[in-house]
Design a protein around this ligand. Sequence first.
Ligand SMILES: [Zn+2]
Length: 125
Amino acid sequence: MVKDYFSQHKNLRLVVVEKLKHLKRGKSKNRGKAFRKTLSNWNYRELLNIIEMRCEENRVSFRSVNPYKTSQTCPTCTHVERENRSGEKFLCLRCGYEKHADLVGAQNILERFLSGQYGAAFKAD
Ligand SMILES: [Zn+2]
């Protein structure tokens, strides 16, 4: 799936993902409830590893940013409020901007990268 994406997007130059809080290498020794709770995080990390590998193969820039409040921030007026997000729906309580919450999150993550310390140096063609 990831491979297909790269072969279909030959002009892809940059991938920005959410940085995970607990990025540890190696296997977890805890197999109890805590292990099951982190399983979705683990799968996400595996996915990130695959994406990063494909990025290297295809010479695509791979970056990650802190996703803190990215799904609660309005992309148009920058208003931050937890109630902006309700489940999968984003509705800005200040300006009324409306979109799928995951898309808003992704949009803010890219914006955060591009306006950040490293993003400013990144030149997109
Ligand atoms: Zn807004």
